[in-house]
Design a protein around this ligand. Sequence first.
Ligand SMILES: [Zn+2]
Length: 207
Amino acid sequence: MIVLLDNGHGSLINAVYQTPGKRKDWLDKGIIYEGEFNRAIVNGIIEELTFMKIPYVNIAPEYRDVRLQTRMNRANIYPKAKSFYLSVHSNAGGGHGSEMYTSPGDTKSDKIATIFGEEYKKEFPNRKLRTDFSDGDLDKEAKFHVLIKSKMPAILTESFFMDNFEEFNTILNTRAGRRQIINYHVKAIVRTKVEIFNEPMPTNFMP
Ligand SMILES: [Zn+2]
C-alpha cells in the first residue's frame, strides 16, 4: 500500500501566504494559514510513516499552491489497487468538529473513511464527527476535485474549523492538538494497511 499524501493549498514563501483566503486572522491571538497547517500535519504523518517504513508519496512538496490537476497527474500514475489518496485540510465557514469526505460511489473509500472517523473519535472522544459518504450530499462532495479525479480510493479530512476560536486556540494552533491530529491519521493509515489492503502490521507501530 502506498499512501498518497496531499497537503491542501499553498503555504508560506518568504512569509508570504500563497493561497487567497484559506486563513483566519485572530489578531493578537495569532493567525492560521490552512496550507501551513495542512503541511504541518502531512509532515508529521510522513515522519511516522518513515519510522514504520510504510511507503508514501508527498503529492505536493512545494510551498506554492500546486494546481489540483497537477496533483491528480502526480497521483494517478500509482496503481489503483495498491494506493489510496489522503487529502488533509482544515475547515472554515462556521461550525465545529471534523469531517471525513469520500469519492462518490467508491465503497473502498467509504471503508477507509469509516476507519479514519473511528480513530478520530478515539483521539477526540468529546469532539463532533461529521461524515459525508457518497450517497449523501453530492453538492458538497462535488467541489472536491481530488476525490472525483483520483482513480484510486480517496478521502479528504477536514480537521476542525479555523474560524472557531475555541478549536483554533486549543487544537489547531497548539503543538499538542496538531500531534493528536497527526496521531489519528497515522493510526487510521496503519489500520487501512492491515484491514483494507490485507498487509501485515508494520514493525515499529506504537499505538
Ligand atoms: Zn482546504
